[in-house]
Unconditional design. Structure first.
Length: 283
């Protein structure tokens, strides 16, 4: 059994928003297993209202671009963070984000580490960002990075307000036929925040966790044990409709799902990515 330390309690509280007493009870029941403690909290229906109290939200913008190549198109998106929205909306900061994106494209970077190590003139991107921090008077860093490729790549950049730069970027790669509905799919990704393309893409441990939570919740609700498996499958299907892009109800016509949208044009969705400012891993 892992020791239930203050750090463990803090971690679970931040991730779930549950109260300290509930977290302690869950960790005790889970014998210090953080993942299991989170499952217990969800199964018991404890409200996650805390929303990481005390944490400062990251500000910034997302620069994105589609580049044509010999085998199709590649979409790049780079999140550049600042401490305040005052800096994030300045033309110089937005221009700097575009410059960093240019370095990512030039280096054909695949992740943040490769981007930071890429050339930025006579220095690296990491060094350029450190120098920019002094210029802007705030901590500046690269946040999330995304890159996808296909016959066609569509990008939708969403602004939460007119005066701010893009804070959500959705990209989707499709085959040639799928390009006909790629824009609609990108809007869907931006609005509904799917995590996986198909249910087969959902990691096995995530599915197993959802199954355990659904089972325990059903039993806690007093459902007859013999019908619990059927209820669990129903709840799993509801989970897939929430997090799997092709199974999500299409926002403009909920009578069909996004998969049907592509079927109607004889096209395929190959990959997608979604970046929202401040939603990546904390420093």
């Amino acid at each position: 059994m892992a020791a239930i330390t203050a750090a463990l309690i803090k971690q679970v509280r931040e991730d779930t928003g549950a109260g300290m007493l509930d977290v302690k009870k869950a960790l005790t029941e889970a014998e210090g297993d953080v993942a299991r403690a989170k499952e217990i909290i969800r199964a018991k229906g404890i409200a996650a209202a805390g929303k990481r109290e005390g944490r400062k939200a990251q500000e910034g913008t997302i620069a994105s671009k589609v580049v044509e190549g010999a085998n199709g198109e590649t979409g790049y998106a780079v999140e550049l963070n600042s401490e305040t929205d005052f800096v994030a909306k300045t033309p110089k900061f937005v221009e700097f984000a575009d410059t960093i994106l240019g370095y990512a494209v030039a280096a054909d970077a695949n992740n943040v580490d490769e981007l930071l190590a890429a050339k930025a003139g006579d220095e690296t991107v990491k060094e350029a960002i450190e120098e920019a921090a002094a210029l802007f008077g705030e901590h500046v860093k690269v946040g999330q990075f995304a890159k996808i490729s296909g016959e066609h790549v569509e990008i939708y950049a969403h602004k939460k307000s007119v005066e701010m730069p893009p804070s959500i970027v959705a990209m989707i790669a499709t085959d040639k036929a799928g390009a006909a509905v790629a824009h609609e799919a990108a809007l869907q990704i931006s609005a509904m925040g799917a995590k996986w393309l198909t249910r087969e893409d959902v990691p096995a441990d995530v599915v197993e966790s959802e199954r355990r939570v659904a089972t325990e919740k059903s039993l806690a609700e007093g459902k007859p044990e013999k019908i619990v498996p059927k209820i669990v499958e129903g709840r799993l299907n509801a989970f897939y409709k929430e997090v799997v892009l092709l199974e999500q109800p299409f926002v403009k016509d909920p009578s069909k799902n996004v998969g049907k949208l592509f079927e109607e044009v004889g096209g395929k969705a190959l990959a997608f990515a979604r970046i929202e400012v401040g939603k990546g891993e904390e420093d």
